[in-house]
Design a protein around this ligand. Structure first.
Ligand code: SF4
Ligand code: SF4
Length: 206
């Protein structure tokens, strides 16, 4: 009898909607706020956005970011501020893709993209340094997987949602308002839509 119950379960499943897909040929649309690999952004004039403040490293719960800042050379500044991040490393074997580094960054230098295919065969290849993270003037970065079905490099241009939870732009009242600066090679990303949370009532508001 037990065996027939098992067959009945299998038979019922045959008529249910399939939840699996034939990855990588068939890819699902990712949620707007999907957290994939990181990139370090530049301003449209090519200046680096990272100011080497180390806030991202300080907030990271997995302790997987290492940053060192350095004074900008007066004759040939790398960024618009006093300092820039001349060492920047993320150990992606430890990263839990929480996005807190993105939240903490005061200049929108570090962001996450929709690209998650980043398997490697050597541990050291999972340590992304400035070379792998910092985008060029066209807004692209080196990636371990070649372009193809396994790595849609266009996903590097899809940021992880633009309304940050801890900033005023995370309020529903700010839906549709672009709150981020333009990025080299990408221009101004569109504002995120679909915010469903009710607007927070701030202290002093009626
Ligand atoms: S996503 Fe989270 S765990 Fe990963 S580097 Fe950023 S803060 Fe650290
Ligand atoms: S990425 Fe942002 S938070 Fe991290 S060091 Fe650079 S400016 Fe500071």
């Amino acid at each position: 009898m037990g065996a027939w119950s098992g067959f009945a379960v299998t038979f019922r499943q045959m008529f249910r909607r399939r939840v699996t897909t034939s990855y990588p040929e068939e890819k699902r649309q990712k949620p707007v706020r999907f957290h994939g690999r990181h990139v370090l952004n530049r301003y449209p004039d090519g200046m680096e956005k990272c100011i080497g403040c180390e806030l991202c490293a300080g907030v990271c719960p997995a302790r997987c970011i290492y940053v060192r800042g350095r004074e900008n050379p007066p004759g040939a500044p790398v960024g618009p501020g006093e300092r820039y991040g001349y060492v920047y490393e993320i150990n992606l074997l430890r990263c839990i893709f929480c996005g807190l580094c993105v939240e903490a960054c005061p200049t929108e230098a570090i962001t996450m993209t929709h690209l998650f295919e980043m398997s490697v065969t050597r541990r050291r290849d999972a340590m992304y340094t400035r070379d792998e993270l910092l985008m060029d003037a066209e807004g692209t970065v080196p990636h371990p997987q070649p372009p193809g079905p396994l790595a849609d490099l266009d996903e590097l241009r899809r940021p992880d949602g633009w309304m940050r939870a801890t900033s005023p732009s995370g309020r529903a009242a700010y839906e549709g308002v672009v709150a981020w600066t333009p990025i080299a090679g990408w221009g101004l990303p569109p504002a995120e839509r679909g915010q469903s949370a009710p607007p927070a009532v701030e202290e002093g508001e009626g």
